[in-house]
Design a protein around this ligand. Sequence first.
Ligand code: GLN
Length: 480
Amino acid sequence: MTAAEIGRGLRAGKFTSIEVTRHFLERIDHAGQLNAFITVTPERAMQDAKSADARIARGEGGPLTGVPIAHKDIFCTDGVLTSAGSRMLSNFVAPYDATVVERLAAAGMVMLGKTNMDEFAMGSSNETSWYGPVRNPWDATKVPGGSSGGSAAAVAARLAPVATGTDTGGSIRQPGALTGLTGFKPTYGRVSRYGMIAFASSLDQAGVLSQSAEDAALVLAAMAGHDPRDSTSVDVAVPDYAAGLGASMNGLRIGVIREFFGEGLEQGTGRAVRTALEGFKAMGATIVELSLPNLPLSVPTYYVVAPAECSSNLSRFDGVRFGHRCPEPRDLLDMYRRSRGEGFGAEVKRRIMTGTYVLSAGYYDAYYLKAQKVRSLINADFHKAFNEVDVLMGPTTPTPAFAIGAKVDDPITMYLNDIYTIGANLAGLPAVSVPCGLADGLPVGLQIIGPHFAEQRLLAAAHAWQQETEWHRKLPPLFA
Ligand code: GLN
């Protein structure tokens, strides 16, 4: 059942939140091989479920009251380990809830636990986690994508009906695509980043991994909105996303980005995406091909901007204010060196070094400033495109899920996995990935990108597609 269906069943008295919660905790127990969770919180879950049942009995339940959820381990959770997938924070019990966690709890959602992720959200395969790789429920030899791979695996295997994620360069949409889920990344500023451990502050955005667009609409409505504790959260009213799901696709102007269909796009993926575009045409949409000439520069631009911001954000993890501290330091410098040396993994160190380099006095203009200028050009390309079309569509990833171990030793190949997703982050745009087929038995995602604050339009398009197709209902055979 989707989260929406569970919510309806709870309010109709078909089952209780305690029963539903117990069901998911048992599934989590039996799926340890996926390594989807870093922490499971059964006591807190049963308590939450009990209060949700009481709230529903009083007739005060909303659409998500009593529905379980898993949170990516990047969101601070009061009294619960919040590791960001890093040894550095393997001793960090957060003293407060992130705004996202707080708002979903206020909606009555039941927290099952914290999901595995790439270390500090740096990765596309969930192999950089200190807690070990996550496996794809569709094929355990394959990656689930990253960095929100634990959340994706958990929802795909139905260990949780829905989960939170974060997307800095694709980390919700890419794992969503690779595991057959709806992965929704809102407009930058739509959802508060308060209590969400920072990777690259100008790109990070919280969102949802779900079974359907309807679920994404419900969860997004509950977590979005202005938060005075995050100065980049925008004070724009949150629409009733679920109410807008029925919008017709008739007359929708879809732009197809030419640059997304070139070299590197695997055949089966391209075929499934083109078939989906035909499907939208059949629903009355019009399709025009567009070029966004600066978009191919998004990967190199991102890999200057994101490491620059991360090198600054991660400087707080020094073994004093936060994080792992090495045993018996000789002096202060030794403590910094060894604490950070032991606490961070290879990918995080690579990013910190790259970021420090591009921000250094001698190279700032050549790299960081240049990247910011290219970022503006990419922004302008999108802006121009949205003068002509309502949404942009294309593949979410170049290929379906790849084998665990296949790209870990080749960072550039790994980085290229996000070639279609990063543009939306650089421009702060909302984007969603929806399942649109299978290639060699593995899920393929269709990406839909919209102008700022067009969440409603994206959700309606995703929902319309899911009314016409069954791809989002397909379960990994081993977990059906
Ligand atoms: N894969 C990209 C990276 O490694 C994006 C990660 C993300 O969106 N958090 O940086």
